[in-house]
Structures are given as structure tokens and as C-alpha cells.
Design a protein around this ligand. Structure first.
Ligand code: EPZ
Length: 416
């Protein structure tokens, strides 16, 4: 297993290019299942989760070509409606094939994704919506078996604004008869990106980005060529890195509009954040104020930035109350940060962080994607050499991160 060694104490300076968004690319690649003919997607990030998604699409019968951040997918020859456990367990977002398979092939057999380190990750709302659309759903032997000879548009209320739930149901509804209304829908930029691609394919979706999304079913969708939006969480991770290391980083090819929640809080800590078109410049300051955050559905503070922000607060000059409102177990990074000298007390879904003057390097263990990023950030400022183990978590969501940090002046290397 690879590990990453980081030596602290080097302020990060320079420019970094942001890759395509993992959480936009996954549903958009899977939306190919709804089309005939060849789709071309550019600016696709080179990540393990993307590889897992393409493996699953090939298993279903798609023809896939990849080169230089471009992916071509032709689903004209779909021959299978089953997403097996050994593929789904590698990436729970595979559940996103459920809606398109039911819409296109009228049936699907998808392994239940199960939970992960950060929570139980139920899919009850995905299934509730499919039932409203007329699908017969059975849970057997760890699989969801869905059967829907003809999906009909419906009114669907989502108890929580689930991101992949909204995406799954949008993709199920685009070929249904009549109109579907999703209420309390998720509003993330990745939802808008998926709706834009589906509309490019010939769907009739309105309201994406608001909590009420309307989908009028159409007969068929056509293949398209399109570009994946920038990754807002990778962007935010580099913004925090600049603030932590008293650095000066210009982040290029990003979408500042997607980061208002984080930008507001970073500015409150004292960081100087300047937005210039599709670029963000962050100048870290010596004095870092403690700032409270609550993770919320978009456009609130993103849960995927909670671990990274906690690392910043662990070296602040104050106190920070961090409330994780989305997932029930997203403090796995806390114990590792405490081994590096952070002063953090957890009570349920809240953590009180008392900033310390210095973290000390230590061997630490990554537990999930964003926790591993927070440990790299801690290593950038800790005294000595920090060794982050199980970086396969990192490779799921960050493309070439050690080289991106090295180009900014970090003393960082991967050891296989
Ligand atoms: C998406 O996960 C992202 N993954 C996650 O990013 C992100 O953390 C999360 O949204 C929240 O923003 C992808 O887009 C592939 P949810 P998702 O359904 O869709 C509850 C990363 O680091 N819920 O919005 O699985 C659930 O328990 C990953 O890139 C139900 O109760 O998250 C949670 O408390 C980690 N029933 C809340 O909703 C359901 O049927 C939000 O979950 C579905 C969800």
C-alpha cells in the first residue's frame, strides 16, 4: 500500500490547476446509459472512482475509450442490467446506475452499496422515489431488484436533500411518461451539471439548483460531447492549504461561485481571498482566528470540507466549534490529528477545537477520502516528517495531489 511522506514548514506558493469534479463526473458518465451512440466527455479527472465507474459501465455492455482526461462511452450495446457486489462495494456511488437502468432497460439488479467509514449511507429515498415512479422494488440477497415496464411521472418529496438520490431520480424520470416533480431536491452544483448534460441529451428538466426540480419525460435521449465542471472540493482543499501554511496560492480553472460557504468562513479566519474570474488567490496570514462552522446541504458549508477546515482550526489562535450535520460519523480524522498534537474534544456530532501553536509530525492512518486530505494538510505544517498511510483513500478523489503540492513548494513524496 502506498503512503505519502510530508515534511512540514514550507509555505506554499504558486499556481495550481483544478481537475474535473469527481462528484459531477460520476453521475454524468453514468447518464450515458440513457443514450444510444457515442458520448464524449472532456476534463474527466483521472481518479480511482472514475476507473471503478468505467469498469461497471463496461460490465453493463458499454464500449469505453479513455485518453488524456477524455472519456468516450457508447451504450448502444447494453447487454446486462446487473451491478454486482464486487464492483459496487468498491464505490457506493455505483448505486447511480439504478435509475438509468430502470429507465432504459425497464429493470435493474444492483447490489446494495452498504455503509462506509462516515456513516450508514442509506438509500431509502432513492427507492421511495422509484416506487412513486411505478417501479416494483424488492430487496433480496443484498441486492435491489427493480422492475418497471413503464415509469410514470410522479410527485416525489425527499425527506433529506440527498445528492445522489436527486441524481438517481432525475435520471429515472427523464424517460418516464409525463411530469415528475422532485421536492426538497439537493441543490449542489453537481446536480445542475447533471441536469445540463441531460438537457443537452434532449431531456426536459427545469429548476435544477433549486429545491424543486421538474422533469417532463421524453421518448429518447441522444449522445453528446461535453466538459466536466471543476472540482469545488479540490479547490477548497488548496484554499485551506494556503491559509494554513501562510502561503500564497493562485487556484486556476475553478468555479469560485461554488465555494461561497467556504470562502466566507476562510475570510473570517483572516485569510485574504481574492476572486478573479475563474481563479481564486488565497494569501495565508500569521494570525488565524478561530471560526465556528456547521456543515449543511448546499449552499451551506460543505461536509466534504469539514475535515480540512478542522485541520486549519487545529493551528488557529482561537477556539472553533465544528458541527457535522450531514453524516453521523465524519470525525474519523480527529483521533489522527490528536496524535499530531491537536487539541480536539468530540461530543456526538460536534467537536471543539482549541488551536495549538504547532502540530508534531507522526505516522497517521487515512480512513476516508476527505479525512486523508486533512492529514496531508496537517503534515504540511507539522514539525518533522508526517507519514500518511492508506492513501488509496486519497486516490479516489484527488488527482496527482502530491505533485500538485510539490509544485507549490511542499516537501512531499509518495512511497510505494
Ligand atoms: C454525496 O453523497 C457525495 N458523493 C458525498 O461526497 C457528499 O459528502 C454527500 O453527497 C453530501 O454532500 C457523491 O456525490 C458521489 P446524500 P450522497 O445522499 O449522495 C441521508 C466525497 O467525499 N440519506 O446527500 O451519498 C444520508 O444518510 C463524498 O466525495 C438518507 O437518509 O449523500 C446523509 O445523512 C463523500 N436516505 C444525508 O442524507 C437516502 O436515501 C446526505 O446524504 C439518502 C441519503
Amino acid at each position: 500500500m502506498d503512503k505519502i511522506i510530508v515534511e512540514g514548514g514550507h509555505p506554499l506558493k504558486g499556481r495550481v490547476n483544478i481537475s474535473g469534479a469527481k462528484n459531477a463526473a460520476l453521475p454524468i458518465l453514468i447518464a450515458s446509459l440513457l443514450t444510444e451512440g457515442q458520448n464524449t466527455f472532456i476534463n474527466v479527472p483521472d481518479l480511482q472512482d472514475i476507473k471503478s465507474t468505467l469498469l461497471l459501465l463496461k460490465h453493463l455492455g458499454a464500449r469505453v475509450e479513455t485518453y488524456n482526461h477524455t472519456v468516450q462511452i457508447d451504450c448502444g450495446g447494453l447487454c446486462c442490467h446487473e451491478a454486482p457486489y464486487d464492483l459496487v462495494r468498491k464505490m457506493r456511488a455505483s448505486i447511480l446506475v439504478l435509475g438509468p437502468l430502470v429507465a432504459k432497460l425497464k429493470k435493474a439488479r444492483v447490489s446494495l452499496p452498504g455503509g462506509c467509514a462516515i456513516g450508514a449511507r442509506p438509500i431509502n429515498l432513492h427507492l421511495k422515489g422509484l416506487k412513486h415512479l411505478g417501479a416494483a422494488i424488492e430487496l433480496k440477497h443484498g441486492y435491489v431488484e427493480a422492475f418497471a415496464p413503464n415509469l410514470k411521472g410522479a410527485e416525489i418529496y425527499l425527506d433529506t436533500p440527498t445528492v445522489t438520490g436527486t441524481e438517481n431520480l432525475m435520471m429515472a424520470a427523464v424517460l418516464a411518461q409525463g411530469q415528475t416533480v422532485l421536492r426538497n431536491a439537493a441543490r449542489e452544483p453537481e446536480i445542475i451539471a447533471l441536469a445540463d448534460v441531460l438537457n443537452l441529451m434532449g431531456a426536459r428538466i427545469s429548476g435544477a439548483g433549486t429545491s424543486i426540480i421538474k422533469i417532463i419525460g421524453v421518448k429518447a435521449l441522444r449522445s453528446v460531447s461535453t466538459r466536466i465542471i471543476p472540482d469545488r472540493i479540490e479547490t477548497g482543499t488548496f484554499m485551506v492549504a494556503a491559509a494554513m501554511t501562510q502561503g500564497d496560492i493562485e487556484i486556476l480553472n475553478c468555479e469560485p461561485e461554488h465555494l461561497n460557504g467556504l470562502t466566507d468562513k476562510l475570510r473570517l479566519t483572516g485569510a485574504d481571498v481574492t476572486i478573479n474570474g475563474k481563479a481564486i488567490r488565497v494569501l495565508g496570514q500569521d494570525f488565524i482566528s478561530g471560526v465556528d462552522i456547521k456543515t449543511m446541504p448546499y449552499p451551506g458549508f460543505p461536509t466534504d470540507m469539514q475535515a480540512q477546515f478542522m485541520t486549519l482550526m487545529s493551528v488557529s489562535n482561537g477556539l472553533s466549534l465544528i458541527s457535522e450535520r450531514i453524516f453521523e460519523n465524519r470525525f474519523m480524522h480527529v483521533s489522527e490529528l490528536k496524535r499530531m498534537g491537536a487539541d480536539i474534544s468530540v461530543c456526538g456530532r460536534s467537536a471543539v477545537v482549541q488551536g495549538v501553536s504547532e502540530l508534531s509530525a507522526a505516522p497517521v492512518m487515512a480512513s476516508d477520502l476527505r479525512a486523508s486530505a486533512s492529514l496531508i494538510l496537517a503534515g504540511l505544517v507539522a514539525k518533522g516528517q508526517t507519514e500518511v498511510n492508506r492513501v488509496y483513500h486519497l486516490d479516489r478523489g484527488y488527482e496527482d495531489i502530491e505533485n500538485k503540492f510539490r509544485k507549490l513548494g511542499a516537501a512531499i513524496k509518495r512511497v510505494t
